[in-house]
Design a protein around this ligand. Structure first.
Ligand code: XIL
Length: 310
């Protein structure tokens, strides 16, 4: 019995975690990650990002990501693969290359064909495009080499390329601060429609879900937000959930995790929840203690709240 088995019993596909080769080298932490009763799915923290996989042009380095995929396969865990096209963690040969529109499109398509081809059949889902929107819901441009050079057209092109390389993977748009209705979530709805109108497949919207304790509120606003996306005929998932507390308020944190679990439970096409790590020993958030195991790898109240939240 665990976080994943409870989610599956509730009709979901998985409960999962982000993991890295760094965490895998800590054997006590990795024992927790390997338990498929708690985690039925992995996302690589950095190992599948553009700069990790294609550090120089057309030279692909799969060793780190392959280690994670191998551990998932050994334990019967599925992969959400993250990510193909993002403005961040792009190698300098791309961002400073001075490529024109046509060349950058080729670079993007070549990256997708290679990477998605390498993992063909091994990724339940791909985050095809990550964080393409500004906070006001407009397309990110000045701070993205993709948006700046190609324009928003890179988005449907990326989905089309991913579909060609692995027709069975679920293709997601993934972003943060889109958990509740608002300008950015409206922008994401428009982005999904734009991909659909272009004629490329898009199967899901990933809500990263980086949240703050005490600001989560009740489940209804999350349910309402997810329903706007599922009305477009796509799945939704929480892909990078973590809930930070600057004051070690672990009881409220537990309540807030349960709220998100309940929201996902209320929406049939919410297929699963992934937390961005599982222990406060290894989190990208400084001083936020956002996860379900503490720095000594002991369970916090959030663990039981998620377990019993379905
Ligand atoms: C983060 C990683 O956790 C860090 O190790 C890295 O330095 C920066 O990226 N949104 C995403 C993730 O989609 O890929 C980010 O991961 C967190 C925010």
């Amino acid at each position: 019995d665990g976080l994943n088995t409870r989610a599956v019993a509730a009709g979901k596909k998985y409960f999962g975690t982000e993991i890295s080769t760094y965490v895998m080298s800590d054997s006590a932490a990795n024992e927790i990650a390997k338990n498929s009763e708690d985690f039925g799915q992995y996302t690589c923290e950095n190992e599948m990002k553009f700069d990790a996989l294609e550090p120089s042009q057309n030279t692909f380095k799969y060793d780190g990501a392959d280690q994670i995929v191998a551990q998932a396969e050994a334990n019967g865990q599925i992969m959400r693969c993250h990510n193909l096209v993002w403005h961040s963690q792009v190698p300098s040969w791309v961002s400073n290359g001075g490529f024109d529109n046509a060349t950058l499109i080729e670079i993007m398509q070549n990256h997708i064909a290679n990477v998605v081809g390498h993992y063909k059949g091994k990724c339940y889902a791909w985050d095809v495009v990550n964080e393409a929107l500004n906070e006001d819901g407009t397309y990110r441009s000045s701070d993205s080499v993709w948006g700046r050079t190609i324009g928003p057209a890179f988005i449907p092109m990326a989905f089309a390329a991913a579909a060609e390389a692995d027709p069975d993977a679920k293709l997601y748009y993934n972003d943060y601060n889109c958990d509740k209705p608002g300008a950015k979530a409206t922008g994401a709805l428009g982005l999904v429609k734009m991909v659909q109108e272009y004629g490329a497949p898009i199967h899901g919207f990933g809500m990263q879900g980086h949240m703050t304790v005490g600001q989560v509120g009740d489940a209804s606003q999350y349910v309402e937000n997810m329903q706007a996306f599922t009305a477009l005929g796509i799945d939704v998932a929480y892909t990078e959930l973590d809930i930070s507390t600057s004051s070690n308020d672990f009881e409220q944190q537990a309540t807030d995790y349960a709220t998100i679990v309940s929201a996902c439970q209320q929406v049939e096409a919410c297929v699963g929840i992934t937390t961005w790590g599982f222990t406060d020993k290894y989190t990208w958030i400084n001083n936020g203690a956002p996860l379900m195991w503490d720095q000594s790898l002991q369970k916090k109240p959030a663990y039981d709240a998620i377990l019993n939240g379905w």
